[in-house]
Design a protein. Structure first.
Length: 578
């Protein structure tokens, strides 16, 4: 016997259901159709969300034509770029969880049979992944694509470096103004492999998007066609009873991590993928990323680590092309939203001429697909792109994107320069108080300290400085923008606000970084190397003198997040059971 739709079960339980829906324009016939939640982050918040209503409309049309009835719901996100430089950035990670909770409320309180989730950016795509996993119903993700590059392929991640150069007097205010006025010529996610682009790719790599639809140019009419097809396909998932948990399995997550290594994805994925998996009762940690990145082939020549804007990713074949290249390292038998396996999807794309259609966009630029996505046999690197460092400074772990670290900094012993907030650290960097051989330590910026903001301006100030970019490191219990590059180590856990060792570091301590050996250690005191046993004893004495700080936020969303956030190394999500 065919299983009763959830929407029809709810109709029987709540007699007010039908008249209330009729009151907003539903027909009598609509009431008995499969009912689909169309959740998006549309709003005038930033270029990644301002255009999404077009995709909502197309998805609604697809749902209608396939025999369903869609309902539009909105949870607008904030923009990390607009939130930069002030306390607004402290809301960035917490609002991921708040959005996911709102999507849960929308889905659970009404009684839907399936969902379409539409978003583009850093926290909105992860929020959708968390929300749909929590709801665990037939679901498809549509992403809003990527914006075009500006003149001379100008992209937004360059603005931080140009700003630091202007403050140092290396370019004029007029030059900086020109760059600011031309870096974002269209809607869509920022055109580099930051967190927004990475998470769009992760959504497809997990099997939750139609093949080839991640990170398409936001201005392309093909993107609207994909939204229409997704609207049609979600009805098929409802009919087959294929839920999110049937697709997001451990094998699918491992596939996504292998793609993450191939694209040199944002370190913020180590917050978002575990948080999503947790909603389905799948526990993964940062060590899973470290293990799988070892020996993984890094193929993508896209900014900030590479040469080209992110729109070129789709031109070179997008996620399917990356997966074709690393096929030997993937689980091809996983189920996807097409109702077919990953292997079947890849074979179908090849037969349908998908790659030839994509590559036609490269011809005007005089580029080949291998200029953007290398072959498996000729990778940019063959040992992944992120590593988890541990030691007495980060007993639970810390994260570094080693593909963006200068070779000179893979193994180094540096002098500690601790700062209790980012503002003090960036001032020291820009005023040349930080010298070669220093380890800039920014603490009390973890999930419980201040919401775990990204240290974007500090990393840009360092990486844009020809001398400091190759001679110092930035170590923090905060996180980094997906656009960050250079010797940056984040997510140090336990964090300072919890009394982690990073809170005990003093001026002049010696910090050892050894990326190949995965080590982050305090190895000396006041500039003098010392045996481990003596350092451990000194840390014990310092801990006795350490006192917890007053909570930075005493009300509102940031207080709630600080009270319930788990460690960054576990995903930084809110856990109300702990």
């Amino acid at each position: 016997m065919e299983k009763e739709l959830n929407s029809q079960r709810v109709r029987k339980l709540a007699p007010e259901n039908d008249p209330l829906k009729i009151g907003m324009g539903w027909t009598i016939e609509d009431l008995s159709k499969p009912q689909i939640l169309v959740e998006s982050t549309f709003g005038d918040s930033h270029p990644g969300s301002a255009h999404l209503l077009q995709l909502v409309d197309k998805a609604m049309q697809g749902i209608r034509d396939a025999g369903g009835r869609g309902a539009r719901y909105f949870v607008t996100d904030i923009c990390d770029g607009i939130a930069q430089g002030h306390d607004g950035i402290n809301y960035s990670l917490p609002h991921r969880d708040m959005m996911a909770h709102m999507m849960e409320i929308h889905g659970q309180s009404t009684g839907f049979d399936g969902g379409i989730f539409i978003a583009s950016c850093d926290k909105s795509v992860p929020a959708c992944l968390m929300g749909l996993c929590c709801l665990d119903m037939p679901s498809i993700v549509i992403t809003g694509g990527v914006m075009d590059a500006g003149p001379n392929l100008l992209t937004l991640e360059q603005i931080g470096a140009y700003s630091a150069m202007c403050q140092r007097g290396e370019i004029t205010e007029e030059q900086l103004t020109y760059y600011k006025h031309h870096a974002c010529p269209s809607c869509g996610a920022c055109s580099f492999m930051g967190t927004a682009s990475t998470m769009q790719i992760m959504a497809e790599a997990l099997g939750l998007m139609l093949p080839g639809s991640a990170l398409m140019p936001a201005t392309s009419p093909d993107l609207k066609e994909m939204a229409y097809k997704a609207g049609c396909q979600v009805l098929e998932l409802v009919r087959q009873g294929i839920k999110a948990s049937d697709i997001v399995t451990m094998k699918a997550i491992e596939n996504a991590i292998m793609v993450h290594a191939a694209i040199s994805g944002s370190t913020n994925s180590l917050l978002h993928i575990p948080a999503m998996a947790h909603e389905l009762g799948i526990e993964i940690d940062a060590d899973t990323f470290d293990r799988m990145h070892r020996g993984a082939h890094y193929l993508l020549d896209i900014r900030p680590a590479g040469r080209w804007p992110a729109q070129f990713f789709y031109y070179a074949g997008g996620v399917p092309r990356v997966m074709e290249e690393i096929k030997s390292m993937l689980h091809l038998d996983v189920l996807t939203v097409t109702g077919k396996t990953l292997g079947e999807n890849l074979a179908e794309l090849k037969e349908n001429g998908f790659y030839e259609q994509c590559e036609a966009h490269l011809k005007p630029w005089g580029l080949k697909r291998t200029d953007i996505i290398r072959t498996f046999e000729q990778p940019i690197g063959s040992n992944g792109t992120v590593a988890i460092l541990k030691g007495n400074l980060a007993p639970d772990g810390s994260v570094v994107k080693h593909s963006a670290v200068p070779p000179e900094m893979f193994q180094a012993t540096l002098r500690a320069r601790p700062f209790d907030c980012e503002e003090d650290a960036i001032h020291a960097v820009l005023t040349h108080q930080v010298k070669p051989g220093d380890a800039v330590i920014i603490r009390y910026e973890g999930p419980k300290g201040s919401g775990m903001p990204e240290m974007f301006y500090t990393t840009e100030a360092i990486s844009s400085d020809a001398e400091l970019g190759k001679s110092i490191a930035l170590i923090t219990d905060g996180r980094f923008s997906g656009a960050s590059k250079g010797p940056a180590i984040g997510h140090v856990s336990p964090e300072a606000a919890e009394g982690g060792p990073i809170a005990l570091v003093e001026e002049g301590d010696l910090i050892q970084i050894d990326i190949p050996a995965r080590i982050l250690e305090i190895v000396g005191i006041q500039g003098k190397l010392m045996p481990k046993e003596e350092i451990d004893q000194i840390l014990v004495e310092r801990r006795k003198a350490w006192k917890p700080r007053e909570p930075k936020y005493k009300k509102g969303a940031l207080r709630l997040f600080a009270e319930h956030a788990v460690s960054a190394i576990k995903g930084g999500y809110m856990d109300f059971e702990k």
